[in-house]
Design a protein around this ligand. Sequence first.
Ligand code: AMP
Ligand code: TRP
Length: 328
Amino acid sequence: MSIIFSGIQPSGNLTLGNYLGALRNFSKIQAGNECYYCVVNQHAITVPQDPKMLHERTRQLAAIYIASGLDPEQSTLFVQSEVPEHVQLGWIMTTLSYVGELERMTQYKDKASKRGDSIPAGLLTYPPLMAADILLYQTNYVPVGDDQKQHLEITRNLAQRFNRVYGDVFTIPDIYLGHDGTRVMSLQEPTKKMSKSDDNTTATIYLLDNPKDIEKKIKRAQTDSENSVHYDVEQKPGISNLIEILSAMTDQTHDEITAAYADKGYGAFKKDVADAVISTLEPIQQRYQQLVGDPELDDILEKGAAKAHAKANVTYDKVCHAMGLYRK
Ligand code: AMP
Ligand code: TRP
C-alpha cells in the first residue's frame, strides 16, 4: 500500500485536460492505496481571486473530484485552508528554500512575466507550500501532469535537505505519471496545452460544457488541409490531438484509430470524437449536479479535513521537535 497525494487549484473551470491528465488517474489508483486529494485554495491565491468565485469554485472542484470517480470512503478529500499544517509547514519549507532555485521554476517565470513590477511574493514561494502539502502525509507518489515535474523535483530536494540537517522525518516522494500520460492540447493552437486559464473558450472543452458546445468546439478545432487521419505531432498537431483524445476515451491505439478512419474524412472523425467526449462527460455532469448543492458534500469535506489534520499533525509535530520549535 502506498500513500498518494495530489491537489488541484480551484482557479478556473476544469477542462478535459484536467480530467484525462489528472482526475481520471486519481480514481484509478485509489483502490489499495491511502489517498489524499486536496482542493489547493491557498495556492490559488498566489494570484488575485474574486472571493465569491473562489468560494464557489472550491465547492465545485470538490464535487467534480467525486463526480469523476473519487470515492470519499476510500480516499480523503479535503480543502487545503481547513488543515492549518499546510501553511505552517509551508513557512518552514520556505525558510529552507533558496531564492535562486525558486526563481528558476518555469511556472514562476511564466506567471511572473505577466505581472510587470507587481509580482506577488506568493508566486515565488508557491513550491515550498506545494512541498509542504506533499510531505505532511509522508507521501510515496504524487500523480500530476508532466508540467509539475520541476515542482516535484524541488519537493524532493527540500525533503532531502531537511532530513540531512534534522534527521529522517520525511518520506521522499516520487512523481506518478499516469500510464497513458495523456496530454490534451488546445483545440485552437494545438501546440499549446489545453488550459483552464485560456481566454479563448473555443480552444477548451470544459468538464461541464453541454453536448452542443462540445460538438461545436470539436467541429471547429484547428486541423490541416490534408483530410487524412493519422498521428504526426509535428506536421499534424490538431489531428494528433483529436486522435489522442479519442484514444484516451475509447482505449483504442493510435494505429487502430488511423485504420478505422482510413477512408473517412475529418467531418466523420470529428463527429465520433465529439460523441466519445459527450458520452464520457455526461455521467460526470449528472453526478456533479446532484452533489454540488447537497449538504452531503459538506459532510464529506468536514470528515476529510479531520482525517487529513490527524495525519498531518503527526508529521508537523516531528518537524517542530526536530527543529527546536517547541518549549517543553
Ligand atoms: P492545472 O489546471 O494546471 O492547475 O492542473 C491541474 C492538473 O491537471 C495537473 O496535474 C496538470 O498536470 C493536469 N493538467 C492540466 N491541463 C492538462 C492538459 N491539457 N493535459 C493533461 N493534463 C493536464
Ligand atoms: N501545483 C499544482 C498544479 O498547478 C497544484 C498543487 C498544489 C499540487 N499542491 C500540490 C499538485 C501537491 C500535487 C501535489 O497543478
